[in-house]
Design a protein. Sequence first.
Length: 244
Amino acid sequence: PQPFAVDDGTVMDTAILVVARVHGSLLGEPYEMFDCSRPQAAYTLARELAKIHRVPVAALKRPLPGPGAPDAASLIAEVRGFYDKWRALGEASITIEAAFAWLFAHRHALRDGGVCVTHHDVRFHNILTDDSGVTAILDWELSALGRPARDIGYVYHQVVQFADWDRFLAEYRDAGGIVPEQPEIDFHILWADLMVAVYMYLTRAGYLASRDDNIQFAYASERMRQHNMLLLSGRIARFLRERR
């Protein structure tokens, strides 16, 4: 949405961004199934991602905040940090251990250079759409410098449920985006699935320890965790078959 004003907390005692009103609706919330009847939303998203990734980094007035991973070494450090969080939980999962092992073994798929602005949470619970496609991309608090494959791999799980993946990449390319090599996309597809799975375990641990009484988090920690683990196990099984 078009930004109008920013308050750093001086006026309203909290940070506020005032933007234009945008018409559209969510395809669904992260805790429920989303509307899969509008494939055009995926293809317009591909074009919007290409525009975001083409924003000149040198034109930014200040460094982007957030957990950006502009090179392979910092991304692997991020993965290792999540692995440490996973081990600290004291849980046991062959699937999660295999996924981490696959990522560490395929770090060579990552590329340095080609740094761009990335959204870092570009899924359809953060996107407004109408019958014409995407009308706005929301929730930019995690945006950071990174590689295009970060956003592309992250949205893969949802796009393939209701749109053609090859056309998605073609729309991205036609809009000026540089499509990453498939091994790098695969790395980020699995990393996205694994990251969400670990988050769900962390959420569950917080709820069981009474550190959080949000009922939606309680629901997510069970239903989404189980769903994501099924997704992750299928993904890692396929990758192990294809890329031993």
